[in-house]
Design a protein around this ligand. Structure first.
Ligand SMILES: *Cc1c(COP(=O)(O)O)cnc(C)c1O
Length: 396
């Protein structure tokens, strides 16, 4: 019944079937196991792993299923699986679809722990990766090998906000029989649905904008039924499952995802426009600013620019530290996708272990500040950033 309705309605109305209590909101199903009326029913549940019946909460749970149904619908996917964190979703995807001897092509600018899996863990099982620059999608062609099985990327990327033409990469992967996997965390399905552009699997860290209040961890992968079934069997047997409590929170959070993402994006665009006029900054980047190098692509594949704004301080790494110390309201933390605005300085924190050259290669300049724009009144966000810019702009 909800299939023909708008996504914002679906995110509210898709719900676990009412129990005999006739509750309006979905209750918490904190149960590890599920019962049967007859031994034959129990035998049937185990005999066919495609049956839609709850056995044990590592396999499935009504709260987890509700969350999966909502997010699959929002992404335009057949089905999905949920995991305890975004990293578990990413790792499960690699483990399910890659085998010894396979080759993977990845954008060089991907989430830090994803990069660690690609460089430190997958090679232990004989899976090699090569990397391309998000700003040069045409170079992907030359990286394809006979054993290339998967192409992996994030758009917009973290923290450089590089954007790649999803339709271009989708068509390339389709014609070469390569599995196309997109981490859609920064955009959320409100702003971008990669499956429409040819992605086979879409991954999210639900910890970020989906929860939206920085309280629970979660991950999800969505895609075609036959692919998801393989992932389901991996998660069911190896156990990175999402807890029912976190799923309950995440499903509840999705009821306001559209409303929140519209406000995050409106605040972010207003902040970016204000910062463009600021004399202390060398650069301001936001997907929906006309000055963004891939603005046209962003407009084509995204509904709004999302909630992340980055800028470059003229005073480099030292001013980066001073800027964080000068903030009065905005939080100093490395998380993102929260109702509270957050600032981080990748060069001195998340990416401090990389060499200067490695940082440059993924677009992390010394004075780069990433703002996860929250839901506070935009004037208060702008004021705090402007005063911190003023107070950090001196030489030691
Ligand atoms: C945070 C994040 C992840 C990892 O998610 P966790 O829930 O922290 O495990 C993966 N990709 C991107 C783009 C992220 O921002």
């Amino acid at each position: 019944m909800y299939e023909e309705m708008k996504p914002e309605t679906q995110a509210i109305r898709i719900q676990t079937r009412r129990t005999a209590e006739m509750e309006h909101s979905t209750p918490l199903f904190l149960t590890s196991g599920f019962c049967y009326d007859a031994a034959e029913d129990m035998a049937a549940a185990f005999a066919d792993d495609t049956l839609d019946v709850n056995i044990y909460s590592r396999f499935s749970n009504p709260n987890v299923d509700e969350f999966i149904r909502k997010i699959s619908t929002l992404e335009g996917a057949d089905d999905g699986i949920a995991t305890g964190t975004g990293m578990a979703a990413i790792f499960a995807t690699f483990m399910t679809f890659l085998s010894q001897g396979d080759h993977l092509i990845s954008a060089s600018a991907v989430f830090g722990s994803t990069h660690t899996i690609l460089t430190k863990y997958l090679p232990k099982w004989g899976i090699q990766s090569t990397y391309f620059d998000m700003r040069k999608p045409e170079t992907i062609m030359n990286l394809i090998q006979p054993n290339t099985r998967m192409l992996y990327l994030e758009t917009p990327s973290n923290p450089g906000l590089d954007i790649i033409d999803l339709a271009f990469v989708g068509e390339l992967c389709r014609s070469r029989g390569i599995l196309f996997v997109v981490d859609n965390c920064f955009a959320t399905p409100v702003n971008q649905q990669p499956i429409r552009f040819g992605a086979d699997l879409v991954i999210h860290s639900a910890t970020k904008w989906m929860d939206g209040q920085g309280r629970v961890l979660g991950g999800v992968v969505v895609g075609r039924k036959e692919l998801i079934h393989q992932l389901y069997l991996f998660v069911r047997n190896t156990g990175p499952s999402l807890s029912p409590f976190n799923a309950w929170i995440l499903s509840k959070s999705l009821e306001t995802l559209h409303l929140r993402m519209e406000k995050h994006a409106a605040n972010a665009l207003e902040l970016a426009r204000a910062l463009e006029k600021n004399p202390y900054l060398k650069m301001v980047k936001y997907p929906f600013l006309e000055s963004h190098p891939q603005y046209e692509i962003a407009k084509k594949q995204m509904r709004d620019g999302g909630g992340i704004v980055v800028f470059e301080l003229a005073g480099g790494i030292e001013q980066g530290r001073r800027f964080l110390n000068a903030m009065q309201m905005i939080s100093m933390t490395n998380n993102l996708g929260d109702s509270r605005s957050i600032a981080s300085h990748p060069a001195s924190t998340t990416h401090s272990k990389l060499s200067e050259t490695e940082r440059q290669a993924v677009g992390i300049t010394p004075g780069l500040i990433r703002i996860s724009v929250g839901l506070e009144a935009v004037g208060d966000i702008i004021n705090d950033i402007e005063q911190a810019l003023e107070h950090s702009n001196y030489k030691d």
